[in-house]
Every structure is written in structure tokens, then in C-alpha cells.
Design a protein around this ligand. Structure first.
Ligand code: 5RP
Length: 232
């Protein structure tokens, strides 16, 4: 798949998800290039049809982009239950377990996912895999990053402190924390690994999303249309 085909796939997935949004809904707004297409479509529907929605962004980047598209914003304080979240993913397996967090927004993304009645995951076909194997991002308290690294290594990972681009040293998440990218190789038990990682003191969250799969609908954008996958 070349870059133009991938962009068309992402656009189709994002637009398909945004077309499923109904008037009056509260929407979790994920982070990443595919969700931006959904936001673009929501912005068009707001301007063209007077669609009335409120978005809860999962990152500074999502908030900045949503404002650009004219999407009114709120917070989980005001809207602790959301109708639907639209988010991207880095890998999706056939049981709809996800790896997320390339954009380092995984902590707020998981909060928004948990707060949402339904979750639309928008991806291009390259994200669909038989077994999850991408490095799992883990958001850690800087104070505890060294002991947490040791605990993650004991679980079989090769943890790497994520470095900033156009910034010296580690990236700092929107929540003031570090990210450890943890290569576990092929992940045989995503739910068990998620539970083991998140049980480590000093871990705020990890990029494995397994508990939400019952309410997830994966929208796989293809060049001309979309494939829609869910367990329900
Ligand atoms: C950010 C994420 C993104 O949703 C994920 O990385 C997918 O991004 P893209 O749509 O740009 O491929 O988890 O933390």
C-alpha cells in the first residue's frame, strides 16, 4: 500500500465513523491521523447540517484539531458517560484486542474508551494482524521509571524510554509522564499481559486495550469503501 492509498483508506475509515454519529451525541475524540479525518467530517456536518455534538478530546493535539474543525469541546467532568468514542489503533487482532499509544495519548484514550458506551476504532488495513506484536507503550511516573523498567523486563519486555523529536531527552506526555516502549514479541495472552503491566506500581496505563472489545466496532478503511468488524 503506497502513501496515497493509505491516506485514502484512513480517510474512508474516518468519514465512515463520523457518518454514524447522530445529532445530540457526546463523542470521545481520539488522537492520530485517522481520527483527524473523522473530525474533518464532523466539522463538515456541523457546518453543513447543523449537527449538534460535543467532543471530549484525548490530547492537546486532538483538542487543537477539533477546535480547528469547529467541534465544541467539553470534559469528562461535564460528560462522564459518552455516547461513542472514535479512535485509532496501531494493531488490531481478530479478537479485537488493540495496541494503541504511538501518539503517547494512551492514558486519556483509555479513560475515554472506558467512559464511552460504544467505541469506533478507525484503521487502515495494515493495522489488522493475526497476533499482536508491536511494542506496547507504557506510560510511567518519571519518579518510578527505573524500577518499572526492571519489572517490565522481568515480564519479558525490552523497555525503551521514548525520546522526543525536536526535543532532547525523553518525551513528556500530556499528563507529565514518560513512555516506555516495550517489545514483548508476539503476545499470546493480551489480556493477561495488560493486567500484569498495569499492576506494577508507577505504571499509569499501557497501550494494550483488551477489556473494551465487546463495545468496539473496528472500521477498516479500504481504498474505495470500508470493512466493519465487531464481536456483537
Ligand atoms: C495515539 C494512538 C493512535 O490512535 C494510533 O497510534 C493510530 O494513529 P494513526 O491513526 O495516526 O495511525 O493510539 O496514542
Amino acid at each position: 500500500m503506497n502513501a496515497a492509498e493509505q491516506a485514502a483508506s484512513k480517510r474512508n475509515a474516518g468519514y465512515h465513523a463520523a457518518e454514524l454519529v447522530e445529532d445530540g451525541m457526546t463523542i470521545g475524540l481520539g488522537t492520530g491521523s485517522t481520527v483527524f479525518f473523522a473530525m474533518e467530517c464532523l466539522g463538515e456536518r456541523i457546518e453543513r447540517d447543523g449537527l449538534s455534538i460535543v467532543g471530549v478530546p484525548t490530547s492537546y493535539q486532538a483538542a487543537i484539531r477539533a477546535r480547528r474543525y469547529g467541534i465544541p469541546l467539553s470534559s469528562l467532568d461535564e460528560h462522564p458517560i459518552l455516547d461513542v468514542a472514535i479512535d485509532g489503533a496501531d494493531q488490531v487482532d481478530p479478537d479485537l484486542h488493540l495496541i494503541k499509544g504511538r501518539g503517547a495519548a494512551l492514558l486519556r484514550e483509555k479513560c475515554v474508551c472506558d467512559a464511552s458506551r460504544r467505541v469506533f476504532i478507525v484503521v487502515d488495513p495494515a493495522k489488522m494482524v493475526e497476533i499482536l506484536s508491536a511494542p506496547v507503550p507504557v506510560e510511567v511516573l518519571p519518579f518510578a521509571s527505573v524500577p518499572v523498567s526492571r519489572r517490565l523486563a522481568a515480564l519479558g519486555a525490552d523497555p525503551n524510554l521514548r525520546e522526543g523529536m525536536k526535543k532532547d531527552g525523553p518525551i513528556i506526555t500530556d499528563n507529565g509522564n514518560f513512555i516506555l516502549d516495550c517489545d514483548f514479541g508476539a503476545i499470546a495472552d493480551p489480556g493477561g499481559l495488560e493486567a500484569a503491566i498495569t499492576a506494577i506500581p508507577g505504571v499509569l496505563e499501557c497501550g494494550l486495550f483488551t477489556a473494551c472489545r465487546g463495545k468496539v466496532t473496528v472500521i477498516v478503511g479500504e481504498e474505495k469503501n470500508c470493512l466493519v468488524v465487531s464481536l456483537h
